[in-house]
Design a protein around this ligand. Sequence first.
Ligand code: SF4
Length: 84
Amino acid sequence: MHYETITPMDDAWQAQALCAETGADFFFPEPGSSVREAKRICGMCEMRPACLEYALSNDERFGVWGGLSEKERLQLRRTSHTSH
Ligand code: SF4
């Protein structure tokens, strides 16, 4: 049986992602190294909301997504779980 997990709408944003042009190295830095440059690029990316949502819903643990580092996403997830 075939399950479609990603609809065409879901990954449409990836075609316009700024990081697709800059290469993945910025977005998956070595542990402990700076993510500042990746965040700067995310800051100019129009796909940021879709990207962040994708990362959160797919439980992406590594690298910078939607302008947030893995730690920041974890924090965001914790606060959104405890805020009700
Ligand atoms: S927000 Fe950042 S990580 Fe996400 S698509 Fe844009 S440049 Fe890439």
